[in-house]
Design a protein around this ligand. Structure first.
Ligand SMILES: [Zn+2]
Length: 216
C-alpha cells in the first residue's frame, strides 16, 4: 500500500529566509519592526505577524518530524487536513492529535493549545496505522474537538544589531498570543489553535466508524 506524503511535512532541501532578505520597516504606528526587503502579498497574517518564507528546492528528503511553515499556516487557518490538505472539519467534531508523555503532567483537556493541524478521519486512521512517527508511540492521543480558535503564533525572535543594519536570530520557539502585543522582531513559523470541547477518541472506534465509508 502506498502511504501518502503528509502535505504539512517539511523537505530537507527547502531553504529558510536568510538575514540578507530582512530589513527594518517603520509602519504607521511608528514602532519599527522586522520586514522583508522585497515584500510579497501574504507575508503578514491578519494580526500583522511576519511569516517565514521557504525557498523550494526540489530533491529533498521528507522530514516527517518537521512542518513547513507556509503549509502549516494554510492548514491551521483553513482547518485543512495535514495529510491530504482537504477540509478536516466535521459536524460531530474535528480530529486532532496530541502527545501525553509519561514524564509530563497529565493533559488537561480544556487547556490544550496546539500547533498540529487537524486530520480528516480517513487520514487519521491511516496515520495511526502507517506513519513511522506515530505508529509505535504510546503517548499519542487522538482527540475529537468541538471548536478550535486561532490563538497565536510561534517562531523565532530576531534582534537588531546596534548599527541597526542587520537582524540576528536571538530566541527560538517563542509563543506570541494574538491577545498580547506582537514582538517587533518575530518571524512566525507556526500558527496555534486553542481547543475547546475536547474528548479522547479510541483509535479503534475510528477504524470501525470508517468501515463502509465509500471514499475508502
Ligand atoms: Zn486527510
Amino acid at each position: 500500500m502506498r502511504v501518502p506524503v503528509p502535505y504539512v511535512a517539511a523537505l530537507s532541501s527547502d531553504l529558510p529566509p536568510v538575514e540578507d532578505d530582512l530589513c527594518m520597516e517603520v509602519p504607521r504606528n511608528g514602532v519599527p519592526h522586522i520586514a522583508y526587503m522585497k515584500p510579497r502579498p501574504g507575508d503578514r497574517d491578519a494580526h500583522g505577524n511576519l511569516w517565514g518564507r521557504m525557498t523550494r528546492v526540489p530533491g529533498g528528503r521528507i522530514l516527517f518530524e518537521a512542518m513547513d511553515p507556509v503549509r502549516q499556516r494554510e492548514c491551521m487557518e483553513g482547518l485543512l487536513c495535514q495529510v491530504c490538505a482537504r477540509p478536516a472539519e466535521r459536524e460531530g467534531g474535528t480530529l486532532f492529535i496530541e502527545w501525553q508523555h509519561a514524564d509530563e503532567r497529565p493533559m488537561q483537556l480544556n487547556r490544550i493549545r496546539t500547533d498540529m493541524p487537524p486530520l480528516c478521519p480517513p487520514c487519521a486512521a491511516l496515520s495511526l496505522r502507517h506513519c513511522s512517527f506515530l505508529r509505535r508511540d504510546q503517548s499519542v492521543l487522538l482527540l475529537r474537538v468541538r471548536k478550535s480558535v486561532p490563538c497565536g503564533v510561534a517562531g523565532t525572535v530576531y534582534r537588531v544589531t546596534p548599527a541597526l543594519d542587520q537582524w540576528i536570530p536571538s530566541e527560538f520557539d517563542i509563543y506570541s498570543s494574538y491577545s498580547k502585543p506582537r514582538y517587533p522582531g518575530m518571524i512566525a513559523v507556526r500558527m496555534l489553535r486553542k481547543l475547546n470541547g475536547v474528548s479522547v477518541v479510541d483509535p479503534d472506534s475510528l477504524a470501525t466508524e470508517l468501515e463502509g465509508t465509500p471514499s475508502l
